[in-house]
Each structure stands twice: as structure tokens, then as C-alpha cells.
Design a protein around this ligand. Structure first.
Ligand code: GLC
Length: 578
């Protein structure tokens, strides 16, 4: 397991986190949906891969409108996934292998079926009314009629961000689906209830939280209680960002959470915030240790570079120069006092090998190159289930294959607006639907890839016959074995953990190049983002004592001059000793 971290760096500088999306990981009871006992059957796989932390996407009680990101009871497990006892067993099994457990924390909103919301909704004078964002309709408009919403905000899952509730004649805010009403963090009783729930989980023995859209919790509310309209950029609704993202009290709330929940646990737990729409400046505020808020944040700029002005489903090709400029800015901006969470994939993003790589001829090469570049940055790398096998996008070709609420609502809205043909809608779903990441983990060649003996809740990718864990565990040179080596490298090498980052060749259109240095030792990292040979001219020749640390083509005996020819999707890490 992990070696003792160097005194100057927190333990997560030498750690790698593995994300499990339980619904798609391993089914143990044949209902076609992954569960906690299924994960337990696979803990040795996680130990073999070598990861230090497992982050579990939500397993709490939930109507599953957004696959568990709509929670109706924070202190119980959904029967789909098992019981609290199953979770305790899984936690012990992971702890026995030296792996920590991080739970998902979804507290910007609850499910509409949460008791807090049903009480809040029941009457205007309910003691919990103010636990959510209830507002009257727009002045002069008929309540419930289109345009009568309190603000013009669109929801992130299409349609307006407000739902009219006839019983009490007011609207409630839901930045996501109408089944996910936003909690009102202005109310101290809401915050105290959340903190109490978090303490309960810590007492149960979990090791941290991944905090869902945590930078949405403070809304930009005016003194009279009203909320501001947003600019209409594309589509029928206003952008809620200015009123909802990184609002005026977000840092105050997180610092309060630190005091109320994590006092005494500070260095034992891992706190990672999901923070869409966050700039480097905000990222620094969240992750600066001296401010005591979060340990690191998931940012979105590097996974938004292939989006057009129409938003997520409006696709354009990635320009590598943008990727380098973006990640480079985050590396520099957080170098002194912040910390980066490094990721390509998660349950909301398409598969990286299909997105920024080549999931055909160069699937193995491009997946290992992308992994090398990511894992050698300064920060804590996250591996999303199946990424270590270079699982690909689903390549679904019909609407009925899709399950994800965001995708289905996008289809409904696009058809209603009528600007796009069905083929155009299907083409963008095939590129970017969240379901691309949610097909079942491909364990072996048996029926349903070994994921379930029942009917899987979403189709298994037919390429499981060749792309699966059983084959890759046994094969030297597999993507799985390559990830193992990258994880071992992070555990062992202080330069990877703590070295300074310098971007090189920022204008090279196809080669991603940077160095990491610590106490005179330098690691040079090169990645060819193309299916053609590329020349990397480093301008200075490398000393004659260089050694190959890891690469996806070459053997350790390789020597390097000032100009290095890279083969298609080649990755190289070269050490120059001090
Ligand atoms: C986050 C989650 C996503 C979910 C949304 C609403 O972005 O990662 O899966 O749909 O929040 O909770």
C-alpha cells in the first residue's frame, strides 16, 4: 500500500482515487443493477490495481430519478444497493486492504421525496417551508403560466429551473430536475441538519466526502429575497450561473462546515468538491489549505473545450493548444497553496479514449498516453471505473438505449424546439451523453461481461468480448497493467508527488510536453495527441544519464537526444537525475 508521505505534502499527494458508480460496477443478486455486495466481491481487484481511496457514487435511499443523486434519506442505503450493514462490510473489506472510503455528499438539493421537502411543500406555514427556495410568480404574470417563473433560469437538465406547485401557489427552485429541489443554505437549521448527518457518517468510519456541485449552495439572493435573472445566451432560458455559482456565502459555509464537522479529523479525511463554472482564482480559494475549506476541487474547463456556444450537446473538436493552456493555467495557479484534482473521466463525462483519444486502431496507445499525461501532473489523480481498461463510449444508435435523465430531457426539449433532426440529436448523445460512462464494467467474456446474471439496466458494450478485465489482468502491456505502473510510480516518486510543473512546447499542435522538478531531478513528460509521428524539439539536449521511467512503446534502454520522434499516441516519461 501507500508509503509514508513526505512530511511537507499531505497524504493525498501520493494517493490515487478510484471512482465507483455502484449501479454499473458489479451486480450480486441478479436484478441487473450493481450493488454493495457486488463491489465487495471485487475488492481484490481494486487492491491489485493499487488505488488508495474509493469514492462511491450515491448509494443512499433514493427514487433514482437521477440514479441516486436525488436522495430521499441521507442516513440509509437504497434497497437496490443493499443495507447499511452491507456498506459497513464493504468499508471493512476496503480498510483491511488499506483503501479508504469516500462517500458522495449531495447537499445542494434533495429528492422531492425527502421528508424535508414533503413537509416544506405541505403548507406555506410549514416549519420547513424555508428549507427550500419557495418564491411567488413573477409580478403581473399568471402563476403557473410559461414565463411566470420567479426568474428566467433554465435548469441544467433542460426546461425551467422553477416548478409551480398548485397546492400553495408558489414555485420551488430546482437547478437540476424538478425531482431535485434546491436546499436553502441561508437557513441555519438546514446547515445544522446537514452537518449532523455528516458527523454521523464520519462516526460510522468513512474517510471523506466528494461534494456534489458544492459551489452551488450559496445563491445570490437580494436583501428583499428576490433572485436575479440571468443572460439568455442560447435557447429559451436565462443562464443561472451568476445567481447560483460560487455565490457570496459559499466560502463562509464551507469554513463553517470545517468547524462543525471536521474539527479533529482534518488530516484523516479527504474532501473533494465538485465545482462547475469555477475559475482558477475560485479554485485557489477552495483548496488553499490555510483557508480550511476543501482539499481539492474538480473543475470543468478542460472537459468543456470540445463544447460549442450552444452548451454541452453542441460539439466541436478539441484543439490541443486549448487543453494545454487550460491545464497549464490550473497547474500554475494552484502551485503554491492550492491542490488540483486530476481527472478525465467520471460518471458524467464520456469516455476519454473515445473523446480525446482514438478508440479504434490506437485505443491502447491513446488510452495509456492520456493516462500518462494526467497522472504525471501535480495533483491527485482520479480513475473512473473501466478507465483502467480503456473502456470506450457506448456508441448507441437509438434513443431507446439511453437511460440518463439529462439525456432524455435534452431529447424531449430538442424535439419540442424542433431545431435539430433526430439524427443530429443522436449524434451528439453518442458523443457526450452521460450514459457513455455508465455501461456496465466489463469484467470478462461471459454473458453480460460478468456484470450480472440478470438483464442489465443499461446495455453492456458488445466490445466486452475483447475489452475486459480478465484479459487485461493476465496480459503484460495491457492498459490495466499500465495503470498499475502509473499508480506505483505516484506512490514511489517524490517528483511525481511534489515536483514543480513547467509546461513545455505550448505551441506544438500535437505534442503535450511538460516537466516536473524537485531538488534538481527532472521528469520530462511527452504525449503525442495524434495518430501520426510527431517531432518534439526540446531545444536542449538531455544529459547522458537519462532513463525511461515509463512509456507505452519503448523499452527502458532507450536513449534520447534533443529532438525526440514520437510514434502515434506515444507517451514517454524521462528522468534526468540532478
Ligand atoms: C453532479 C453529479 C451529477 C448529478 C448532478 C446533480 O453534477 O455528478 O451526476 O446529476 O450533480 O446532483
Amino acid at each position: 500500500m501507500n508509503t509514508e508521505p513526505p512530511a511537507a505534502a499531505p497524504w493525498w499527494a501520493s494517493a490515487v482515487v478510484y471512482q465507483i458508480y455502484p449501479r454499473s460496477f458489479q451486480d450480486s443478486d441478479g436484478d441487473g443493477i450493481g450493488d454493495l455486495q457486488g463491489i465487495r466481491q471485487r475488492v481484490d481487484y481494486l487492491a491489485e490495481l493499487g488505488v488508495d481511496v474509493v469514492w462511491l457514487s450515491p448509494v443512499y435511499r433514493s427514487p433514482q430519478d437521477d440514479n441516486g443523486y436525488d436522495i430521499s434519506d441521507y442516513q440509509d442505503i437504497d434497497p437496490l444497493f443493499g443495507t447499511l450493514d452491507d456498506l459497513d462490510q464493504l468499508t471493512s473489506a476496503l480498510h483491511e486492504r488499506g483503501i479508504k472510503v469516500v462517500m458522495d455528499l449531495v447537499v445542494n438539493h434533495t429528492s422531492h421525496k425527502h421528508r424535508w421537502f414533503t413537509e416544506s411543500r405541505s403548507a406555506k406555514d410549514s416549519p420547513r417551508r424555508d428549507w427550500y427556495w419557495w418564491r411567488p410568480g413573477r409580478d403581473g404574470m399568471e402563476p403557473g403560466a410559461p414565463g411566470g417563473e420567479p426568474t428566467n433560469w433554465g435548469s441544467l437538465f433542460s426546461g425551467p429551473a422553477w416548478e409551480y406547485d398548485e397546492a400553495t401557489g408558489e414555485y420551488y427552485l430546482h437547478l437540476f430536475s424538478r425531482e431535485q429541489p434546491d436546499l436553502n443554505w441561508e437557513n441555519p437549521a438546514v446547515r445544522e441538519a446537514i452537518y449532523a448527518m455528516m458527523r454521523w457518517w464520519l462516526d460510522r468510519g468513512i474517510d471523506g466526502f466528494r461534494m456534489d456541485v458544492i459551489n452551488f449552495i450559496s445563491k445570490n439572493v437580494r436583501a428583499d429575497g428576490s433572485l436575479p435573472d440571468g443572460p439568455v445566451v442560447s435557447g429559451p432560458y436565462g443562464d443561472p450561473a451568476q445567481g447560483t455559482i460560487n455565490g457570496p456565502r459559499v466560502h463562509e459555509f464551507l469554513q463553517e462546515m470545517q468547524r462543525e464537522v471536521f474539527a479533529g479529523h482534518r488530516d484523516a479525511v479527504l474532501l473533494v468538491g465538485e465545482t462547475p463554472g469555477t475559475t482558477v482564482e475560485d479554485g485557489l480559494l477552495f483548496s488553499d489549505r490555510r483557508r480550511s475549506e476543501l482539499d481539492m476541487v474538480f473543475t470543468f474547463e478542460h472537459v468543456s473545450l470540445d463544447q460549442g456556444p450552444g452548451g454541452k450537446f453542441d460539439r466541436k473538436p478539441l484543439d490541443l493548444l486549448d487543453l494545454k493552456a487550460t491545464l497549464g493555467r490550473w497547474q500554475t495557479g494552484l502551485a503554491d497553496s492550492g491542490w488540483n484534482a486530476l481527472y478525465w473521466d467520471n460518471h458524467d463525462q464520456p469516455r476519454i479514449v473515445s473523446r480525446y483519444g482514438d478508440d479504434g486502431r490506437y485505443r491502447v496507445e491513446s488510452a495509456t498516453m492520456l493516462a500518462t499525461v494526467l497522472h504525471l501532473h501535480r495533483g491527485t489523480p482520479y480513475v473512473y471505473q473501466g478507465e483502467e481498461l480503456a473502456m470506450t463510449n457506448a456508441h448507441f444508435t437509438s434513443f431507446d438505449c439511453y437511460r440518463d435523465i439529462e439525456s432524455l430531457r435534452y431529447v424531449a426539449q430538442s424535439r419540442e424546439l424542433g431545431h435539430l433532426t433526430d439524427d443530429q440529436i443522436l449524434a451528439s448523445l453518442a458523443e457526450v451523453s452521460r450514459d457513455n460512462a455508465r455501461t456496465p464494467v466489463q469484467w470478462d467474456r461471459s454473458a453480460n461481461a460478468g456484470f450480472t446474471t440478470g438483464k442489465p439496466w443499461i446495455a453492456v458494450n458488445p466490445n466486452y468480448i475483447t475489452i475486459n478485465a480478465a484479459a487485461q489482468r493476465a496480459a503484460r502491456g495491457s492498459v490495466f497493467q499500465y495503470y498499475r505502473r502509473l499508480i506505483m510510480l505516484r506512490h514511489a516518486d517524490p517528483v511525481v508527488q511534489r515536483g514543480d510543473f513547467t509546461m513545455l512546447l505550448p505551441d506544438h499542435p500535437h505534442v503535450y510536453a511538460f516537466s516536473r522538478s524537485l531538488n534538481g531531478t527532472r521528469l520530462l513528460v511527452l504525449g503525442n495527441f495524434s495518430g501520426h509521428d510527431q517531432q518534439a524539439d526540446l531545444g536542449q539536449s538531455l544529459g547522458d544519464r537519462t532513463e525511461l521511467v515509463i512509456g507505452n512503446y519503448r523499452v527502458p534502454a532507450s536513449t534520447f537526444g534533443a529532438s525526440i520522434n514520437l510514434q502515434p499516441w506515444e507517451a514517454l516519461v524521462i528522468r534526468e537525475p540532478g
